[in-house]
Design a protein around this ligand. Structure first.
Ligand code: COI
Length: 355
């Protein structure tokens, strides 16, 4: 494995107020960068001062959106140590996204070393205030200057890091979700299961409209029948209906969330009945109307466990659990975050200590 060269900036940045981090607004002193060319493969892995890239205006990512990304967090433990959560899952998913977007695979060991070295170098940026962490954003994009449509012959793989608090302004308070029936996010056979920018670009129009109407996010229906619940762009969704937890199955158009699968594994270990099954929007609304929809929450690295207090569909508001966080949602939040921040022992082997 090639060694990672490290260059430091001449002046270090001032750290932001840990109580006002928000999400993804501040970036650390360093970033990881590595190049790819067809002749050399991936080469020159390095940690450099955080700063802009110089890009040819014809770089293929700017025209055909050939890019993928990931999101994971480094957590500060009470004993001062730092740990990652299910890092191998994020690395493997990024390579699956690369495969879908015809981007060359990245060596998994080098990927892990890159994450670890960046966190070590920028360790003072891992915040310790409650519910804060260092969000790591690996991404790859096509750099070949060419406006013909084909897979690029050159790429940059980079990792940037951002100290973050809660993703939603609501924090752990329930969010209001708008079920979209005009736009769709993804279709089977498309790129829905890959973490690629185009999936998110397609959601912005509906997202902006939902936001104007006072909703935090859009809940997407499947692109073909327009009736099956899929996901919320920035998170997967889980519902507790009549005592059982259900979440839509991964059929190719939904992101295989690491937090989603962690929720399912934790719930199973607790003996809570749960299953991955198709759920129609009509069934969801009937469950809400009859009071059988007991709890709903979103799951994601950025969103963690985000209770859903209201869904809006077909001009009607449906309040879930009186608009308050559900008992199981709260228990899951405490347990998952307990493992992530090292407050609870990890029985699943999900944690990797870095420092
Ligand atoms: C994540 O949860 O890490 C995401 O990538 C979701 C969003 C911030 C795009």
């Amino acid at each position: 494995m090639e060694t990672i060269k490290i260059t430091h900036p001449a002046i270090l940045k001032e750290k932001p107020d840990p109580d006002k981090l928000g999400f993804g607004k501040y970036f650390t002193d360093h970033m990881f960068v590595m190049d790819y060319s067809t002749d050399k493969g991936w080469y020159d892995p390095r940690i450099v001062p955080y700063g802009p890239f110089m890009l040819d205006p014809a770089s293929m990512v700017l025209h055909y959106a050939q890019e993928v990304f990931e999101g994971l967090k480094a957590y500060r433990r009470a004993d001062g140590g730092i740990q990652l959560f299910r890092v191998k899952e994020n690395i493997a998913r990024m390579n699956r996204s690369c495969e879908r977007l015809s981007i060359p695979q990245i060596d998994e060991e080098l990927f892990f070393e890159a994450l670890k070295t960046l966190v070590e170098v920028d360790q003072d940026w891992v915040p310790s205030a409650p519910d804060t962490s260092l969000y790591l954003r690996p991404f790859v994009f096509a750099t070949e200057p060419h406006v013909g449509v084909h897979a690029s012959h050159s790429y940059i793989f980079a990792i940037i890091a951002s100290p973050v608090g809660a993703y939603y302004a609501e924090g752990i308070n329930p969010v209001r979700i708008y079920i979209e029936s005009r736009d769709v996010r993804a279709v089977k056979g498309g790129t829905g299961y890959a973490k690629t920018g185009g999936n998110y670009a397609a959601t912005l129009r509906a997202g902006e409209e939902a936001e104007k109407a006072g909703f935090s996010q859009v809940l997407w229906l499947d692109g073909i029948h327009r009736k099956y619940i899929e996901e919320v762009g920035s998170m997967n969704v889980l519902f507790k209906i009549d005592g059982k937890v259900i979440t839509p199955p991964l059929g190719g158009s939904i992101l295989p969330g690491v937090t989603r699968s962690s929720c399912l594994e934790i719930l199973k270990s607790w003996g809570v009945p749960c299953s991955e099954e198709l759920i129609t929007v009509d069934d969801l609304i009937s469950a809400a109307e009859s009071g059988k929809l007991e709890e709903a929450w979103g799951s994601g690295t950025a969103a963690v466990i985000s209770p859903i207090g209201e869904i809006y569909y077909d001009n009607k508001h449906h309040i879930i659990n009186g608009g308050k966080i559900g008992e199981l949602t709260g228990k899951l939040y405490d347990y998952l975050t307990g493992i992530q921040w090292g407050r609870i022992e990890d029985p699943f082997g999900w944690i990797t200590r870095i420092i």
